[in-house]
Design a protein. Structure first.
Length: 218
């Protein structure tokens, strides 16, 4: 009750999930907000609870509606959230990939952050969202390095095999392949969250430095 009197509301749950990378466990969320607010936020549709102790922002569901309207598929950061991966910043507009060359009306362009790429059927899961491998590749190709690294670190923490992405990248053109492999080879499941991933991305950009995640101090 003391926390309620300080003005905490279910909106604070949304803020917490944003800060936790757009998806989180009950334990992570409970450390940030009172447990009573979590249920209220779910009931209000502010966050989703797909099960297994996972809480997330409703971006993927909203993205699915927009993607259908644009005749595209949910991709990039929204696809990452759908697969339960953490992102540096949850997008305010859904990430949607539409085929190269497709014309969009001005009124629909404002509904999403659109990406142009013609995907194979094998790149799409359930007809509306990019597969895990395609999601990693797209994030590496189109997002800033620190955001891409955050996604790939999280994917590796979720036991996505690194070698599968490396094998898929072999089918890309030389420039795209090099960009994907640069991120994937620097990624590590040891990074606990996007904050650590972004910090590592900054350090990796400084010449003459190295970074060993979770290095034990004796």
């Amino acid at each position: 009750m003391a926390r309620q009197r300080r003005g905490r509301t279910p909106v604070d749950v949304v803020t917490a999930v944003h800060r936790l990378g757009g998806t989180c466990t009950w334990r992570e969320l409970r450390r940030a907000v009172p447990w009573r607010l979590i249920g209220r936020a779910v009931e209000a549709g502010l966050v989703t609870h797909p099960g297994n102790g996972v809480y997330a922002l409703p971006n993927a569901d909203e993205g699915r509606v927009v993607a259908h309207r644009l005749t595209g598929v949910v991709s990039h950061r929204d696809a990452a959230l759908h697969w339960g991966w953490k992102v540096k910043v949850a997008p305010t507009l859904p990430d949607v990939t539409v085929p190269t060359g497709r014309k969009l009306r001005d009124s629909t362009r404002r509904l999403a952050t659109t990406h142009r790429r013609t995907l194979a059927l094998t790149d799409v899961s359930d007809g509306w969202v990019t597969t895990t491998v395609r999601t990693v590749i797209d994030c590496c190709l189109d997002l800033p390095f620190d955001e891409a690294l955050s996604v790939v670190d999280s994917a590796l923490r979720s036991d996505r095999p690194r070698h599968v992405v490396v094998a898929a990248a072999a089918n890309l053109g030389p420039r795209h392949r090099a960009r994907v492999l640069h991120v994937v080879r620097l990624a590590t499941p040891k990074a606990a969250n996007p904050f650590e991933s972004v910090l590592r991305a900054i350090v990796l950009g400084v010449d003459g430095t190295s970074w060993d995640p979770q290095h034990p101090i004796r």
